[in-house]
Design a protein around this ligand. Structure first.
Ligand code: LER
Ligand code: MN
Length: 271
């Protein structure tokens, strides 16, 4: 397993859910702390200077496993299941841009809250149908570029559509889109899944990437999740992908990033 840290460019919105901001300093610090890669949170493709990012990750020997899309929802208010066709079309356009960026780095693109929710007065069926139409368009584009999309179940207090791994896998099976995988976040699983270890084991064949945050969304080790047991389970089932640290930058970004890697390296030795 490899360990990544969520970061964003300097001009990212305040709502960007990352530990560090500013490409140059974030990449340098992540490398110095001993991370293997960075997860790049983007509002749109214009935020990414491909040449500059390539130069930095080459210089610091880091990989970019995932381009994340939280700001597309939080900042631009775009969501796949919106009843408004114009919003859905704009979401597809922006998301294709993120796929373009991901393709440059052999990365995947995550779908968290941007997948949207069940709007007032609408049904699960209508919502799933809209999700299907949008994801088919994006997945068609992404698979031509060799980019995988990953769906992140998010807890009920943030969204009302796809909260746990059972629901995520049900939908993935129903859609039958090969380039669509599952991305558990143990913070959300702690709220929604019957058992973190149980669901990870059960759905390992669907899992392409995992977010780590402790129970209080602070760095691993500063809450009450049992990361030793979670990592043991992942080892048992042969998970060999990325673990990405997506936490609140508290009490300050440097301490949070340092605690996370120091704590996790004891459980996940350098590959
Ligand atoms: C996104 O990865 C996530 O976990 C959401 O909870 C952000 O609000
Ligand atoms: Mn997450």
């Amino acid at each position: 397993m490899k360990i990544a840290l969520a970061i964003a460019p300097e001009n990212a919105l305040p709502s960007a859910f990352v530990v560090f901001r500013g490409l140059e300093s974030s990449i340098r610090k992540a490398a110095e702390l001993g991370y293997d890669g960075i997860e790049l949170a983007l509002l749109n493709k214009d935020q990414a200077d491909i040449g500059k990012i390539r130069k930095l990750i080459t210089e610091y020997h880091l990989e970019i496993p995932v381009v994340s899309s939280g700001q597309v929802f939080a900042g631009s208010r775009l969501w796949f299941t919106s009843p408004d066709r114009a919003i859905r079309e704009k979401a597809v356009e922006v998301f294709k841009g993120l796929v373009d960026v991901a393709a440059e780095f052999g990365a995947m693109v995550n779908m968290g809250r941007v997948r949207g929710f069940i709007a007032e007065g609408e049904t699960q069926e209508t919502t799933e149908q809209r999700f299907k139409e949008v994801v088919e368009q994006i997945a068609g584009y992404a698979s031509k570029k060799g980019v995988k999309l990953i769906l992140e179940p998010v807890n009920r207090y943030e969204i009302n559509f796809i909260n746990n791994l059972d629901q995520g896998v049900d939908l993935i099976k129903k859609l039958g889109i090969d380039s669509l995988g599952l991305m558990p976040d143990v913070f959300h699983m702690n709220i929604e899944d019957d058992s973190i270890e149980g669901s990870l084991k059960k759905y390992i064949d669907y899992i392409d990437y995992i977010h780590f945050a402790d129970s209080n969304r602070l760095a691993p080790g500063w809450g009450h999740l049992d990361f030793r047991s979670i990592v043991n389970t992942l080892n048992e089932v042969g998970y060999n992908g990325w673990i990405s640290v997506e936490i609140l930058p508290e009490p300050d970004p440097d301490s949070a990033a340092k605690q996370s890697i120091e704590y996790l390296r004891k459980l996940i030795p350098t590959a």
